[in-house]
Design a protein around this ligand. Sequence first.
Ligand code: ZN
Length: 113
Amino acid sequence: MATVRASCPSCGDVELTTREVQVQVCSATDEGTYSFLCPGCRLIVNKGAEQRVVELLVSAGVRVVSWDLPAELSEPKCGPPITYDDLLTFHFELDSEGWLEHVIAGGGPLGSR
Ligand SMILES: [Zn+2]
């Protein structure tokens, strides 16, 4: 099994086996990242990877995972953007009695009752 040398922001250079590294490639943009659990600090390190690095890691036997952008990104968006006032209204609404029932019953925009 090949050894991969990577860098942790806290611990510096660390050595990993190919089994301890994973490559992620976005299906829509082809952008790649790789991640590993740092053997030093036990935190997950995630870094961007150019195509060349992705190919190198994959040819060394690193597992590749393809991921999709969230479907919400392609949903049509309408209406004005929310404002700080909307957020404040929502905050107070959540603190009020029966807010969930009001929303479920289609009681109109929050703050309208
Ligand atoms: Zn570390």
